[in-house]
Design a protein around this ligand. Structure first.
Ligand code: AMP
Length: 283
C-alpha cells in the first residue's frame, strides 16, 4: 500500500490504473479505523480493482464546540490495518490540498430537504460540510465506486441524492453496520465512553431492535413507539436527541401502509454522541 499526501502523486497513480483499465473505489474516512471501516474496504475490493482509502478529519463538518481538535487520531495503527486489508492507496491530504482557496472561500455543496431534520437539526451545518468535502474527494479521486456505511443512515441518503442530482458518474455502495459483540455499533467516538457508559451504550441498539420488532409484528402507532423508546432511553441514562420511525426511502413520516422503514436515533452519553439505526423492509 502506498501512503500518498499530495495530489500530483495521487493523480500519477490514478492515471496508471486508468491506463490499465482498472476501476477505482474510494472509501472516505476520518481515521481511527475499526472493523466497520475495514468492512468498507473489503466491499470496495469486491466492486473495483483498486481501492483508495482517504483519511481526512474535515474541519467544516464539525460545529463550534464539537470535537474537531480532540477527534481521535491514530495514523500508525490505521496505516497498519489498511496494509493488512490490502488497500492500494491511503490518501492523507493536507488541509490546503482539500481547500486550496481556504475554508472561507471554498465552494460549497448543499443538499436541501434531507439535511434539515435529525442530525442536520442537532448539528447545524454538519451535512453541508460532509457533502462539500465528499464532493471534493470525488473530484480529486474520480472514482467509479464510493463506499459508505449504513451506520450514518441520513448521511448516505444525502450523498446518494447529491450523486443523483449532480449526475456524478459513480456508483454508491452501502455497507451494513458492524457491531461489537454486545450490539453497540462500532464508532471512532466510542473511545469517549467511560467503562460505566460502555456498559449502558448497547441499550441503544436493544431499544432500536424492540421498536423494529414491534413494527414487524404490525404496530403502526409510530408516535407511541417513538415516545416510549425515548423514555426508555432516558431512563437508561442516555440523553436522547431524537428517536424516529421514518420511511427508509426519504426519511419522511411513514403512512399506515409504509413497508420500508428506518428506525433511527441519536443520543448523548457522557462525552459521546452515539447514532444508530435499523432498516427493515427495504431492499
Ligand atoms: P468516519 O470515519 O466515522 O467518518 O466513517 C467513515 C465511513 O465508515 C462512513 O461511511 C461510515 O458510515 C462508515 N462506518 C462508520 N462506522 C461504521 C460501522 N460500525 N460499520 C460500518 N461502517 C461504518
Amino acid at each position: 500500500m502506498r501512503v500518498i499526501r499530495d495530489k500530483a502523486a495521487l493523480h500519477k497513480q490514478l492515471a496508471e490504473w486508468r491506463h490499465a483499465r482498472e476501476r477505482v473505489a474510494i472509501v472516505p474516512t476520518m481515521g481511527n479505523l475499526h472493523a466497520g471501516h475495514l468492512s468498507l474496504v473489503r466491499l470496495a475490493q469486491q466492486n473495483a480493482e483498486r481501492v483508495v482509502v482517504t483519511l481526512f478529519v474535515n474541519p467544516t463538518q464539525f460545529g463550534d464546540g464539537e470535537d474537531f481538535e480532540t477527534y481521535p487520531r491514530s495514523l500508525k495503527r490505521d496505516t497498519r490495518s489498511l496494509e493488512e486489508a490490502h488497500a492500494d492507496v491511503l490518501f492523507i491530504p493536507e488541509i490546503d490540498t482539500i481547500y486550496p482557496f481556504g475554508i472561507e472561500n471554498a465552494t460549497r455543496v448543499s443538499v436541501p430537504g434531507l439535511t434539515e431534520d435529525f442530525c442536520g437539526a442537532c448539528r447545524p451545518g454538519h451535512f453541508d460540510g460532509v457533502t462539500s468535502v465528499v464532493m471534493r474527494l470525488f473530484s480529486i479521486v474520480q472514482p467509479e465506486v464510493a463506499v459508505f456505511g449504513q451506520k450514518d443512515y441520513q448521511q448516505q441518503l444525502i450523498i446518494r441524492r447529491m450523486v443523483e442530482d449532480l449526475s456524478l458518474p459513480l456508483k454508491i455502495v452501502i455497507a451494513p453496520t458492524i457491531r461489537e459483540a454486545d450490539g453497540l455499533a462500532m464508532s471512532s467516538r466510542n473511545s469517549y465512553l467511560s467503562d460505566e457508559e460502555r456498559q449502558i451504550a448497547p441499550i441503544l441498539y436493544q431499544v432500536l431492535r424492540e421498536v423494529a420488532e414491534k413494527l414487524q409484528t404490525g404496530e403502526r402507532n409510530y408516535n407511541r413507539l417513538e415516545d416510549r423508546a425515548t423514555q426508555s432511553l432516558a431512563k437508561s441514562g442516555f440523553r436522547p436527541e431524537y428517536f424516529a420511525v421514518r420511511q427508509a426511502l426519504d426519511l419522511k413520516e411513514p403512512d399506515l401502509d409504509c413497508s420500508a422503514f428506518v428506525v433511527l436515533a441519536a443520543v448523548r452519553l457522557g462525552k459521546a454522541r452515539l447514532i444508530d439505526n435499523i432498516v427493515l423492509g427495504a431492499n
